[in-house]
Ligand binder design. Structure first.
Ligand code: 13P
Ligand code: SF4
Length: 335
């Protein structure tokens, strides 16, 4: 294929229409696929080839035959894509797009947590670094976790990291006791119970759909709890025409696209109208940075091969259990 020279690095910023045209052109030239999470800005969701939850994005990354994966999400998601598709170039528009859950669980402390519970199976939420994944037995996402816990023999004790709210919700759902890591998502922690109750009173009968990263005092007012994709499905399928959404509000873009006749209201934060429920990490990715990532094929996600191979084991176990394929649950060797 012939490679065109896109506008130079030091060229003046492109107008929005030129940016969209350049991204489309570069996508073809680089043989790239654009994968986006629901928490990305609408303009990014609209030009993505696929928008989904963490599990669906992992599956798409593993299955793609594109040469380049432009991952519009946070770093742990792009790292997961690289672990599953090592021969693809994976670019993330902003390498600083981290996650408070990942930050709450440094690998050395997690290794000590594991070492203190040698007989436990380590179940780790996908919102974690590649190093922590490599120290784990099975990775879970919010959409696969319940099924995975139910597949674990009842006599096996479980460690769950890093989200204590998701862990507590899973314990309530499955009746399994787990030892929880104390991490939280700053975005889902910011919902206010008082403001949610006021909103419910204003919209009597409107169901509340919440992500399991929300604290228990929010989840107890929810009519439905599930992953981002499951919340989207609930919002579209539920017969009511007004739905209160307790997760990052950019997902409402997909709801409004699919059901413009319904009203979707984002659950409020502390003062009833702050934008504290917008994920600041996801917001680091912009159209301009996506354009540059496709143009320069940077910033790239690179992982040492030995680390990637170790992190792949618990990820493949997740995909196998989620697909009902048999898998061996021998604990990961301690690093
Ligand atoms: P989902 O897997 O439900 O998309 O969640 C990812 C996430 O980071 C939620 O904060
Ligand atoms: Fe991490 Fe929370 Fe942002 Fe999801 S919403 S990426 S868990 S900080």
């Amino acid at each position: 294929m012939e490679w065109r020279t896109p506008p130079a690095m030091n060229a003046p910023p492109l107008a929005r229409t030129d940016l969209l045209a350049e991204i489309a052109q570069l996508k073809r030239e680089r043989q790239a696929v654009i994968l986006a999470h629901y928490y990305q800005a609408p303009e990014i969701q609209d030009l993505a080839d696929f928008v989904g939850d963490s599990l669906e994005l992992s599956r798409r990354a593993a299955a793609t035959d594109a040469r380049v994966i432009a991952f519009c999400g946070v770093r742990f998601m792009a790292e997961t894509a690289k672990i599953l598709a090592p021969d693809r170039i994976v670019v993330l528009p902003d390498l600083d797009a981290g996650c408070s859950l990942e930050d709450s669980c440094p690998p050395a402390e997690f290794a000590r947590f594991r070492a203190a519970h040698p007989d436990h199976l380590a179940l780790t939420y996908i919102n974690s670094s590649a190093e922590v994944k490599a120290l784990s037995d099975i990775i879970v996402t919010s959409s696969s976790a319940e099924r995975i816990i139910r597949a674990i023999p009842p006599e096996r004790p479980i460690l769950f990291a890093p989200d204590r709210h998701l862990g507590a919700w899973l314990m309530r759902r499955t009746g399994r006791t787990m030892v929880l890591w104390e991490g939280t998502c700053i975005v889902h922690e910011a919902f206010s119970e008082t403001e949610l109750l006021k909103l419910k009173a204003l919209h009597p009968g409107a169901p509340v759909a919440a992500h399991p990263e929300c604290p228990g005092h929010i989840l107890e007012h929810a009519d439905f709890v599930g992953s981002t994709s499951a919340i989207l499905k609930f919002a579209l399928d539920t017969p009511g025409d007004t739905i209160i959404v307790a997760t990052e509000p950019h997902i409402i873009h997909q709801m409004e696209r699919a059901a413009p006749h319904k009203t979707f209201i984002g659950a409020p934060g502390a003062d009833g109208r702050c934008s504290c429920n917008i994920c600041p990490y996801m917001a680091l990715n912009t159209l301009e940075k996506l354009y540059r990532a496709l143009r320069d094929l940077e910033p790239r996600i690179e992982l040492p091969e030995e680390l990637r191979r170790r992190a792949l084991v618990p990820l493949e176990r997740m995909l196998a259990i989620a697909d009902d394929r048999p898998t061996d649950l021998t604990p990961a060797p301690m690093a």
